[in-house]
Design a protein around this ligand. Structure first.
Ligand code: ZN
Length: 217
């Protein structure tokens, strides 16, 4: 099953002429929110660590290039669909985010999957499992959440929005919205944040490797 094609999409960031930083947090408490403290920068960091670790595991892994985004989230998903179509083998799409909420968030990692997709559910299970092992200081509990455009809760509809275009022309392509931790828990200086991102990236790659070993995905 090492012919899995993984596509990581850092969905916040530059989209053509405008910049969407996503969530942000003054990680080092210096009174200024710098670019490295944006969800976009931190998820780009863990995605790159995941890509490198996937290469080490022999998994094909691509990150949606910034220049492919013309206006919104759909651009990255369509790029992923084209890559999966050319690949003609199993494919998995991971929308890379960090969670955010006002107040005192639980130490929880969440992965959302489209409720109608058994493969996506399996992928979500594989990705949540390693979090408690690799980042136990950031994640004490994990959850796989079915998401749906008609879901009652707004956050389930929002998570579905991040994967809504995936696999339309590629039946069986698994897709999840990955929220490995809350941004408020990646506290510390820039080097500490980078170490957090490295461990999240390793957890992500480890989960993808587990997914390939389930076979027939
Ligand atoms: Zn986000």
């Amino acid at each position: 099953m090492n012919d899995l094609m993984v596509v990581l999409d850092i969905q916040h960031g530059w989209k053509g002429s405008w910049y969407d930083p996503g969530a942000m947090c003054d990680q080092n408490s210096d009174g200024v929110i710098e670019e490295w403290e944006h969800e976009h920068s931190l998820s780009a960091a863990y995605a790159e660590y995941a890509r490198m670790a996937c290469a080490g595991f022999g998994l094909r892994c691509a990150i949606v290039p910034d220049e492919m985004r013309a206006s919104n989230y759909a651009d990255g998903m369509q790029w992923a669909n084209r890559l999966a179509q050319d690949h003609r083998g199993p494919a998995a799409f991971v929308a890379c985010h960090l969670n955010s909420v006002l107040g005192d968030p639980p130490k929880r990692g969440i992965v959302g999957y489209y409720s109608a997709s058994p493969r996506s559910r399996l992928l979500a299970q594989c990705l949540t499992q390693p979090l408690k092992q690799y980042v136990p200081d950031l994640v004490e509990e994990t959850a796989e959440i079915p998401v749906d455009p008609q879901a009652d809760e707004r956050y389930r509809r929002s998570m579905h929005y991040t994967i809504r275009e995936v696999g339309k022309e590629v039946p069986g392509m698994a897709a999840v919205c990955y929220e490995p931790a809350f941004i408020q828990h990646l506290r510390g200086d820039r080097a500490a944040a980078d170490r957090h991102c490295r461990r999240i990236g390793l957890a992500l790659a480890r989960g993808l490797l587990t997914y390939t070993t389930h076979g027939r995905v």
